[in-house]
Design a protein around this ligand. Structure first.
Ligand code: F6R
Ligand code: ZN
Length: 196
């Protein structure tokens, strides 16, 4: 492959290099939303796409960088905003950069021993995910997509199982005029540490 460049508009682009497109529907986030009753209610009325990822596939080897767009649609399950599954990198010593292109949201992050951080997304903002921290994108807008550009080392791999089993330590919930953080009752420090 030769060096290349491409446009990165926040909207649709005909000339982007992405060769992979995945859609994550509500059914693929089973057990992740706090309000299980509301989750099941919503699923009975269909299975909406919660987020999409467009990326360029690179060989999963050190030296390569994988990159693309993460697009989280607006919506809520009860008070909880639409969000990505979230993951640790399988190779814990790998970082990631997110650059917000469009929308309003946040990146919820958590270290292996249960430290946590929330960084807001708005257009132009960059978030650096340090090695060893799990990350989940959350769309805090009720109307607009949250579009971020991400870059990470291609050999990082993805560990979804840790988050699937206990979620993140914090929930990000809607409240009038903004959002609030709440403790996730499913989370336990023991569950966090056994996966470090
Ligand atoms: C890659 C990365 C992003 C996410 C994307 C979807 O390491 O962090 O490309 O993969 O935002 O989120 P997940 O992978 O958690 O479903
Ligand atoms: Zn990642």
């Amino acid at each position: 492959m030769r060096p290349f460049g491409f446009e990165m508009p926040a909207g649709e682009c005909q000339t982007d290099p992405y060769d992979s497109h995945i859609e994550r529907r509500l059914s693929s986030l089973s057990g992740q939303f706090f309000n299980q009753g509301e989750y099941e209610n919503l699923l009975r009325n269909g299975d909406p796409v919660v987020y999409e990822v467009r990326s360029m596939e690179r060989p999963e080897q050190e030296g390569e960088l994988s990159f693309g767009l993460s697009i989280v649609h607006p919506g809520r399950v009860g008070d909880e905003y639409y969000m990505t599954k979230g993951h640790f990198h399988q190779v814990r010593e790998t970082a990631e950069i997110y650059h917000c292109l469009r929308g309003i949201g946040a990146l919820l992050m958590e270290s292996g021993d249960g430290d946590w951080a929330l960084e807001e997304f708005r257009p132009g903002r960059v978030v650096y995910v340090v090695p060893g921290w799990a990350h989940r994108s959350i769309n805090l807008s009720e109307q607009e997509d949250l579009v971020t550009f991400f870059v990470y080392p291609s050999h990082a791999g993805h560990d979804y199982a840790t988050i699937e089993s206990r979620g993140f330590r914090k929930l990000v919930l809607h409240e009038a005029g903004g959002y609030k953080l709440a403790d996730n009752p499913r989370w336990s420090r023991a569950g966090a540490e056994c996966h470090v």
